[in-house]
Structure formats: C-alpha cells, structure tokens
Design a protein around this ligand. Structure first.
Ligand SMILES: Nc1ncnc2c1ncn2[C@@H]1O[C@H](COP(=O)(O)OP(=O)(O)OP(=O)(O)O)[C@@H](O)[C@H]1O
Length: 500
C-alpha cells in the first residue's frame, strides 16, 4: 500500500461550548483528489487549519509521508510542501498581485524571480489577472483567483482548497478542474472542500464525510448518489425546493433608469447605462461572472453608495438615490451583501449586537434581553449553529454566519430585498432553506433581486433573469425563455445580436 501523503489521526479540537473536531481522521494518498464534505459547522475548516499548522489540536496526530510531524505554524506546513487557499481572503490590498504572490512564497525561493514566470502561470491556469493590478482594486472573484495563484506559485505537493469555486464562473471552474486533475497526474495531492455535491462527484477520487466533528464515512463519490451523499452528511434527507405558483408580478418596486456610475473602491467596473425594473411579487435574477459591475449595482441599490440624483433610483416610485442604507431600510428595502465578515457583520460583536446593526431600536433605547431573544429566534428559525445568541460573529463557521445574516434581513419583513450570493458557502440543506425563504418572501408580495453566479440557483428560484457583463445589463427574460447558450453568450456581453 502506498504511504499516505497526509494523514490525520484522532484529531480533537474544542472551542468554548463547541467540540469542533471529535477524534476526526483523514487520509490523503499521493496523486489523489480528496473531497472533505460536511454540513456547516461540521468541523471541516478546523480540521484543515490543523493540517496546515494554523491551529494546534487538543489531541491527535498529523503525519506527512508516513512520519508524525509537529506543525507549529503554516510556515512549517509550507516547508513540507503544503499549500492552502482559505475561504476568507488574506491579501494585502495596497500591494499588487505579483507582490502578493511573492510574499506567499517560501523565503528560500528568490522573491523577485517570481515576476517572469507569473504571467505564464496565470495564463496556464486561466486566472485572468493582471500581475501589476493592485489587489485593493480587484473584485471578490479576482481576489479569490489571486489566492489560488499564490498557492500554486509555491508548487505544492498537497494543495488544500476551501470552497474554491464559490466565486468562479463555470468556464473558470472547468479550467480549475483541468488544472487540479493535471496536478494530481503529476503525483500531487488535492484536498477539496466544497458543498457542491455535483462538483465533488465530477472531480474527486475519494470523499471523507464529517458530521458533528467526527469522520462518519470515507467513500468513492462517483459511486455514491447525490441524495445519498447529502443524507450522509446531514443525517437526514434534504427537502426539495418548491418553486411555488407562477408569480403574478405587480407594481414596479425598485428601479434604476439609465444609471452610470464610476467603479468604486475595490472595483474594476462601475455601471454603464443600467436600467432595471424589479416588480413586487417576483424574483429577478442577475447572472454573470463577478467583477462585471455587480458590486456597484448592489451598492447603489442598498444605499451604500448614493447617486448624484435622487431619481436615479426609485423605491415604490419614490426617488431615493441620495438616501443612505438606514433611510432605505425605513422604507422597506433590505440588502444582504456577499462579504459576510466586516460588511454584513461586525466579527467581534455578539450575534445579538449584530441584530442591532440593521434593526436599530425604536425610541433609542437598547433592550439587551430583547436583542438576545431576537438573535435566538433567528438562530432557531434558520438552523444557525452557534454556542449562544451572544456568541461573537467570528466564532461561527462561514456557512452558519451566512444563515444568520440571511435570517436577520428576512426577519425585517422587507418589501424589497436585494441579495448577493446568498448561498455562498452554505451546505445543501441550508441552501434549500434559504431558497425556500426567498420564494416564500416573494409569495408575500415582496420584490427580490438576486445577484448570483450560480446558474443552478438562479434557475431554481428566479421568475425572470438578466445578465451583467462589463458594467451593462442585458435584456430581461422569463425563466421559460432562458436558454443556456444565450446566457453564456450574454455573459460575454454579446446580447447585441441575441436581442436583435
Ligand atoms: N474561533 C472559534 N471560536 C469558537 N468556536 C469556533 C471557532 N471557530 C470555529 N468554531 C466552531 O467550531 C465548529 C466547527 O467550525 P468549522 O468552521 O470548522 O466548520 P465548517 O465545517 O468548516 O463549516 P462551514 O461549512 O460553515 O465553513 C462550529 O460550531 C464553529 O462555530
């Protein structure tokens, strides 16, 4: 039998009130693409941080090439030949792509020497990045690709990817898969964490399933059905989303008219002549590869960025272009951004205090007990795993924080909801619950604008769809009229001919 490249034995890790890993194990062979699957909070990230030396286990052993190793820090793991792409970005915004890559390389590799082979590396992995661009000017999708590039630059013998495809287009995902298969053929190992069961079945040779911190199965994902995989990780079957009756769209609830805005901080593209009318009682999807103006669209609709003129944006017919987010919330508009930490939540504040962020108390009085009760309500209704309703936001697993934020905004009973990538990082069970919640909200007559890169998600819940490309928006089509080819063409900005 070949010696495993990486082996984790009996790993236990306890946080206050939570047993994140409970004698968990993982065994990855050379040249293998190995999936780690588990519901939100199952302990995947914790286990990976331990493998990568970012976290010390309370008990258990890490083995590399058959020998026990003590990893005091990620530097030790990198020195062995491990690379990792984290779910949350750890990039320097004031530095360029090339500088960020150089900083990620082991000191032994000449840093300046990175420059000449960087462009071919970007080309080879189809990462579509400018080495001289400042990371601060890049979109979320592009930053994700910088993280990936940084890991690949060190030529790792084992690469851990924590939900790498959540912000990739399907073409980029296929390119990534080709790359990962190539890495595996070269004898390198890949550990692949994802909630996307279809991807795991397409890409991975083996799959370790975690439930409540324990390893409950190691299997061949290709020989296991999707429903079976979901049931294994959740311990129960997943409810199917009921799309509900055909929506009877009502009055225009939110609209922008020929709006152009320059690219904001952290954006490459702004909005170019965007007109959009969202109606009550419908879910309108905005598809497209991130970095094409979606964040500018989100910002001008949520009020994070105000327009020069009041009537550039209208809510229920009322000009609101110059109103900020709080004033728009008063008028019934809620917005859920794609970045969870920092923008949607204050990481060091408790969940109860985070409720306060978008629901300030009436009369100016703070009732801590009421806040805690509100947070507890969201925690139970949206199945959020948290040590308590007062637990700091940063102590939640990524997917659980996303559930909490979606729940918090839905509880505000908005008449208009603008939401970006609502199921980024959530497991299949929670994704189904969030989709159902959006459909239920629509059925109450609310208008929902869903900005997403996930075509399956858009087709599952939207009544009408448009595509964003290069800061422009395509014609809007109903779900019945949608063709995958047309959408693909539109994502390249080619609706001039398509619409004719
Ligand atoms: N720094 C921390 N402090 C307290 N609890 C934590 C901390 N980090 C993680 N936890 C808890 O440990 C458990 C496992 O979290 P982990 O992030 O490993 O889950 P995960 O499987 O990666 O989830 P997801 O799919 O949502 O990313 C969760 O209950 C989480 O709340």
């Amino acid at each position: 039998m070949t010696v495993p490249r990486l082996e984790l034995r009996g790993i236990t890790k306890r946080y206050p009130g939570v047993l994140a890993n409970d004698e968990a194990s993982l065994c990855v062979a050379p040249g293998e693409i190995h999936a780690v699957l588990g519901e939100n909070g199952a302990g995947k990230s914790t286990l990976m941080k331990i493998a990568y030396g970012a976290l010390a286990p309370d008990a258990g052993e890490v083995r590399w090439d058959g020998r026990p190793v003590r990893l005091a820090s990620p530097d030790d793991a990198r020195a062995l030949g491990m690379g990792m792409v984290f779910q949350h970005f750890a990039l320097f915004e004031t530095l360029t792509v090339a500088q960020n890559v150089a900083l990620g390389l082991p000191a032994a590799m000449a840093r300046e020497a990175a420059r000449p082979w960087l462009a071919p590396l970007i080309e080879r992995y189809r990462l579509d990045l400018d080495p001289d661009a400042y990371v601060g000017d890049l979109s979320v999708g592009e930053r994700q690709r910088v993280e990936l590039l940084r890991a690949l630059a060190a030529r790792p013998r084992l690469l851990i990817l924590d939900e790498p495809t959540s912000v990739l287009s399907s073409a980029a995902r296929q390119a990534l898969f080709r790359t990962l298969r190539q890495l595996a053929q070269e004898g390198r190992s890949v550990v692949y964490i994802s909630h996307k069961l279809a991807e795991i079945r397409e890409l991975c040779d083996r799959c370790t399933v975690l439930r409540a911190g324990r390893t409950v199965a190691v299997l061949d994902p290709r020989a296991t059905g999707q429903d079976e995989l979901a049931a294994l990780m959740l311990g129960e079957a997943v409810d199917r989303v009921a799309p509900g009756g055909a929506a009877s769209a009502g009055e225009i609830a939110l609209s922008v008219e020929a709006l152009s805005v320059p690219a904001g901080e952290g954006e490459r593209i702004g909005l170019r002549e965007v007109s959009l009318a969202l109606r009550a009682g419908e879910i309108l999807g905005v598809a497209g590869v991130s970095g094409n103006g979606q964040s500018a669209l989100f910002a001008v609709l949520s009020g994070e960025r105000t327009a020069a003129l009041d009537d550039a944006v209208r809510l229920h017919g009322r000009p609101i272009g110059r109103l900020g987010p709080a004033a728009r919330r008063e008028l019934g508009l809620r917005a859920i951004p794609e970045e969870r930490l920092g923008r949607g939540c204050v990481p060091d504040m408790g969940l109860d205090e985070n409720v306060l962020l978008t629901a300030p108390p009436s009369g100016g009085w703070l009732h801590r007990r009421r806040l805690t009760a509100a947070a507890a309500g969201i925690v139970s209704r949206y199945g959020v795993r948290a040590a308590s309703p007062r637990a700091p936001a940063r102590s939640l697993s990524g997917g659980n924080l996303q559930r909490f934020m979606v729940g918090r905004e839905l509880e505000g009973a908005p008449t208009v909801l603008v939401v970006a990538q609502p199921t980024w990082g959530v497991d299949v069970g929670a994704a189904a619950r969030i989709h159902q919640a959006l459909i239920d909200l629509r059925d109450t007559g609310a208008a929902v604008l869903l900005i997403s890169e996930d075509m399956d998600e858009l087709l599952a819940v939207c009544d009408r769809l448009a595509v964003m490309a290069a800061g422009r928006i395509s014609p809007v089509v109903t779900r019945a009229e949608v063709s995958a080819e047309a959408l693909g063409r539109w994502m390249e900005g080619g609706w001039g001919h398509a619409a004719a």
